[in-house]
Structures are given as structure tokens and as C-alpha cells.
Design a protein. Structure first.
Length: 142
């Protein structure tokens, strides 16, 4: 007996009939479009009202205005010193410096993880470039 999740009638990823691709990418949800239609031409008046309420001490309006002027940062730059990375082997030294920065409190483990991902990607790029150069050199010898 097959489980209901695997039946063709309700298989995920295939909600449309053949030839029907669904909504085009970037199509806005109908509720979003309805709200935009309601606000059409009122943006300036609404913004002015929110600013006036914020200036009179309305905390919610103040937060709304500040979030628009200076939205909370999702990501902040960090400043750590890493050695130059010219070869794949240099990434070992750089990752050690990164771990030292975490240990010294210069960056958080989450920040270090993101930088480590960049180091790993950079290492792969260097290795690919080195491999391409080696293959080209071998082909020239033949």
C-alpha cells in the first residue's frame, strides 16, 4: 500500500496542470496589490502624519520613522587582521588567525563562520586556478 504523500494526486511541486507554469516570477500577492491600491496617492500624507505623531511622542510612530530612516542592520562589518592569501596553503594561516580573533573576542563565532565560508570559497577558487594553470602547462609540453 502506498502512502498518501506519494500519490500522484497530491504530489508536491506539481500543483499545476501540464502547460500551466503558475504565476510569473515577481508577481505580487493579491493582498499586497490591494493594499497598494488603497494607499495609492496617500504615501506623502501618511508619512507626514507618522512624523507628526512621532514628534509629539508617539513611541510606535517614532519607532516606525526611525526604522525607515536607519533600519536595523542585518549584517555589520568586522575588522580583523588576516594574512595575505595567495596560495591554498595560506588559508590555513588565515583560518588560524580567524580562530585567534574568536578566542580574543575580536569577532563572534557566527561572524567567524561567515568569514571562514569566504576563506573556503577563496581557497577553492585558488585551487581551481592552480589546477587550470597546471593543466595548461601539461598541454603545452605535449
Amino acid at each position: 500500500m502506498t502512502s498518501p504523500r506519494k500519490s500522484a494526486a497530491n504530489a508536491r511541486g506539481k500543483p499545476f496542470a501540464a502547460g500551466n507554469p503558475g504565476k510569473a516570477k515577481g508577481t505580487r500577492h493579491r493582498v499586497t496589490r490591494a493594499i497598494e491600491e488603497l494607499l495609492e496617492g496617500e504615501h506623502e500624507a501618511l508619512t507626514r502624519t507618522a512624523i507628526e505623531k512621532a514628534l509629539t511622542g508617539d513611541v510606535v510612530a517614532l519607532r516606525l520613522c526611525l526604522d525607515r530612516l536607519a533600519p536595523p542592520r542585518r549584517d555589520a562589518p568586522i575588522s580583523i587582521t588576516l594574512p595575505p592569501i595567495a596560495t591554498a596553503a595560506d588559508t590555513v594561516t588565515a583560518s588560524s588567525a580567524l580562530l585567534d580573533a574568536v578566542a580574543n573576542g575580536d569577532c563572534t563565532p557566527d561572524e567567524a563562520g561567515r568569514v571562514m565560508a569566504l576563506l573556503t570559497a577563496h581557497k577553492q577558487i585558488i585551487e581551481t586556478a592552480d589546477l587550470a594553470a597546471r593543466v595548461a602547462a601539461l598541454e603545452e609540453r605535449k
